[in-house]
Design a protein around this ligand. Structure first.
Ligand code: ZN
Ligand code: ZN
Length: 335
């Protein structure tokens, strides 16, 4: 048996006993050392209760030590690893380019991660550098850094450009850190002072609280009336998307990383009159992992994003802190 955090909805989480997952010749079992709370879990945390047998919603940013590995694989017990939970078949057109998120046979190991043990497919095992501590390892090897890095790779050279990050949850804040490291000038906007101030502490030129300031005016003033070169949308609201179209300059780029399933907008005004490019990406890939490691080796202080570390037993406190919005990255640690 093992303990696992069960997200109950309505802001509640409970630690329950569950069967320890078993590994096979395609998976390893990881003894978990730390996990990250992710913005993508907020709807499970805050939303209405979901009851599905054996499925506890949360947890896909996981680091730990391999407990059991398939015989004949490149992996063995004791290795310190992080988890790339979206994995491909390994030999299709996309997988061969290191673009596993496009694989038609992709598998996602994205549930029951806030637990003492975690089962992971062998194609997404990422060996952690020796000098990385467990909480920082969660950011380094998970989508906390992976999403901003994939976006940065797809945006190309942003040095000297004015980048607005809309939404300063963990991925928005991490986007600030990554874009500042690439030489962009960054403005971050959010509804919460804690986060706009934190963005400034992380290197943003300006943090704007959109409940107190007119964001469009702030952006126009900051860009001498042109609008932002790039707007990164790290929220999933259609109103924010429409605002991003307003904030971006002629021929600028809007980059979507927040999940958003439905939207009505005006393509004539957006693509024709304004000639805007709209791009986006989901999660990250094995190619992105190489860049994530390179950023670590160059000394990027992504670990500054971590504001709270709680022992797993205090999962409720961790969830409360995260749901309040008064946090950067929130991490749970395990024995
Ligand atoms: Zn995540
Ligand atoms: Zn594939």
């Amino acid at each position: 048996m093992m303990k696992v955090a069960k997200l109950l909805g309505n802001g509640k989480v409970e630690i329950v006993a569950s069967d320890r997952p078993s590994s096979d010749d395609q998976t390893v079992l990881i003894k978990v050392k730390a996990t990250g709370l992710c913005g993508s879990e907020l709807h499970s945390i805050k939303g209405s209760p979901v009851e599905r047998e054996g499925f506890y919603n949360g947890g896909h940013e996981v680091v730990g030590v391999i407990e059991t590995a398939p015989a004949g694989s490149n992996f063995e017990p004791g290795m310190r690893v992080g988890a790339r939970v979206v994995q491909g078949c390994g030999d299709c057109h996309f997988c061969l380019q290191g673009y596993e998120t496009a694989c038609k046979a992709r598998k996602i190991y994205g549930q029951n991660g806030h637990a003492e043990y975690f089962r992971l497919g062998i194609r997404g095992i990422q060996l952690l550098p020796e000098d990385v501590e467990w909480p920082a390892g969660v950011l380094l090897s998970g989508d906390g850094l992976g999403v901003p890095v994939r976006a940065a790779r797809r945006l190309g050279d942003t040095s000297g450009q004015k980048v607005v990050v809309l939404g300063l949850g963990p991925v928005g804040l991490s986007s600030v850190v990554v874009q500042v490291s690439r030489g962009a000038e960054v403005m971050g906007t959010d509804l919460i002072d804690y986060r706009t101030k934190f963005a400034e502490a992380l290197g943003a030129a300006r943090g704007v609280n959109s409940t107190k300031e007119d964001v469009k005016e702030a952006v126009l003033e900051w860009t001498e009336g042109r609008g932002a070169d790039i707007v990164i949308l790290a929220v999933g609201h259609s109103a924010a998307f429409l605002q991003a179209i307003e904030l971006v300059r002629q021929q600028g780029t809007l980059y979507q990383v927040g999940e958003l399933s439905e939207l009505t907008f005006n393509p004539s005004e957006t693509f024709l009159r304004k000639e805007i490019t709209i791009k986006g990406s989901w999660y990250y890939t094995s190619e992105d992992w190489k860049e994530m490691l390179a950023l670590h080796e160059r000394g990027l202080r992504y670990d500054k994003l971590i504001t709270h570390v709680f022992p797993f037993e205090k999962a409720q406190e961790a969830v409360d802190t995260f749901a309040s919005g008064e946090s950067g990255k929130v991490i749970l640690t395990y024995e």
